[in-house]
Ligand binder design. Structure first.
Ligand SMILES: Nc1ncnc2c1ncn2[C@@H]1O[C@H](COP(=O)(O)OP(=O)(O)OP(=O)(O)O)[C@@H](O)[C@H]1O
Ligand SMILES: Nc1ncnc2c1ncn2[C@@H]1O[C@H](COP(=O)(O)OP(=O)(O)OP(=O)(O)O)[C@@H](O)[C@H]1O
Ligand SMILES: [Mg+2]
Ligand SMILES: [Mg+2]
Lengths: 255, 255
């Protein structure tokens, strides 16, 4: 049955979507059966992975209208993955969920019908700690926390770990941090290395060894709806995400 | 009475906070009486502007507990501005506001007591289109939309303009776009110029002429709690934000 991993950080623009899409693609290329769930109304992960005009049903119908989950899955054989795409309708879900019974567990129930068909289910979240992200944290076995190598990205980490603790205590006792991944590392600046050192000294071996470099290839790939492995195979960024996926799969296998 | 301008974009990490803080500081240095309102639970604007340990009362108490607004203001003479600081408690407001009568107008009412004391009130928003951002859009005369020179930043613009139209129709008929500002422009990549061309061809003269370059100085300044004018006076980034503030003040003066 599938391991469910949520990629979370309420700080915006830290590389959540880029990391989910490329780790999903790397794991798929290694033969794992991977489902990417796009829980962000921006639907960046859906388009970056290559979903064109998702239509219905998608994550909104699955979460809010009890749509049959298998009907919400789009196959992307070119990227060796399946996707439950997002749509702008999801933006309304944050408010619509408030009065719903067991509102934090809608995703858990929806995914239970899919877990048997995949090895990995990877969830992309919006940059907030609202009910959509809480649903993703309640459904997850583990979280991966992308951290941009910038000062402002450090500021939110303690609030994030506090939220994880709240979810662990009230909704999902088994939730653990699989790892933190440092993104957009620019070796030419002192600041980037300072952030890396700070995060490693605080979170120690929980931080993945692989650091993702800043690379314009990663910001170009989404405009082609391709993972980095199709857009720039063999490049620095592709190698980094391959190494990260290996580390992540090893941690999954060992725990 | 103050002109209220909200800086908005639900895409994360596009430079909202960096732009609000530096435009506020530039306007303050030109003698305008400026109030920066931090409506993001991440409180990045508060710390980047130099607010240390904001304590209470702040924006949460002003919005949710009818605290006297003047009591929520922190003076930052070193940056020629005043700030209503954020706090993590604000994260709860998105959900707490849902059942509140006239929930979208809490900020309008709170700011009415402050408008007489300032020339400009600039509001920083979280990366979402939830009730906090809706409050900021309902209170504003104008919006400024920071757009990162990245492909993924283009994807959310139509959803943002649709939301502005909804707010205009239901909550704030006078709301207009003062301008879009292109941020983190890296002249070495083709992608950045493509994004600039695309945004200019779509929004035409609404886009500010000034483009903010990618500059490590801008990402270092927040760790010192300083605007770019104190951290790297006379540098490329300071000059860009000075030029942007001039353009913005001109548009405010002429409309
Ligand atoms: N390593 C990298 N090098 C260069 N650009 C990158 C890298 N990773 C991501 N980007 C670019 O930076 C921007 C932000 O990344 P991304 O959208 O993945 O972050 P996010 O955390 O998902 O954002 P949001 O908070 O809006 O969901 C995107 O334009 C993306 O293409
Ligand atoms: N022109 C620039 N050049 C280089 N770095 C920049 C620039 N503008 C902003 N940054 C850095 O990029 C990151 C994102 O910027 P910022 O936090 O201002 O964006 P935001 O839109 O407010 O993010 P959020 O969506 O999380 O509120 C920060 O670490 C900031 O220091
Ligand atoms: Mg994203
Ligand atoms: Mg911000």
């Amino acid at each position: 049955t599938a391991r469910i991993i949520t990629f979370v950080n309420q700080k915006g623009g830290v590389g959540k979507t880029t990391t989910v899409v490329n780790v999903a693609a790397a794991a798929g290329r290694r033969g794992r059966r991977v489902l990417l769930v796009d829980l962000d109304p921006q639907a960046n992960a859906s388009s970056a992975a290559g979903v064109v005009d998702a239509g219905e049903p998608g994550i909104y119908e699955m979460l809010m209208e009890d749509e049959e989950p298998t009907a919400c899955v789009v196959e992307l054989p070119a990227e060796s993955m399946s996707v439950v795409p997002s749509s702008p309708a999801l933006a309304g879900a944050e408010v619509e969920l408030v009065p719903v019974m067991a509102r934090e567990r809608r995703l858990v129930h929806a995914l239970s019908a899919l877990r048997g068909s995949y090895d990995l289910i990877l969830i992309d979240c919006p940059p907030s700690l609202g009910l959509l992200t809480i649903n993703a944290l309640t459904a997850a076995d583990n979280v991966v926390i992308p951290v941009q190598c910038e000062y402002m990205a450090l500021e939110g980490l303690s609030r994030l770990t506090e939220t994880l603790e709240l979810v662990r205590r009230n909704l999902n006792p088994g939730l653990t941090i699989l790892g933190l991944v440092l993104t957009m590392f620019d070796g030419r600046t002192r600041l980037a290395q300072q952030v890396v050192d700070e995060v490693r000294s605080h979170f120690k071996q929980v931080v993945f060894t692989t650091v993702i470099p800043r690379s314009v290839r990663l910001s170009e790939a989404p405009s082609h709806g391709q993972s980095i492995f199709r857009y720039d195979p063999g490049g620095r960024a592709a190698n980094a995400y391959e190494a990260l996926a290996d580390e992540l799969l090893e941690r999954v296998g060992n725990s």
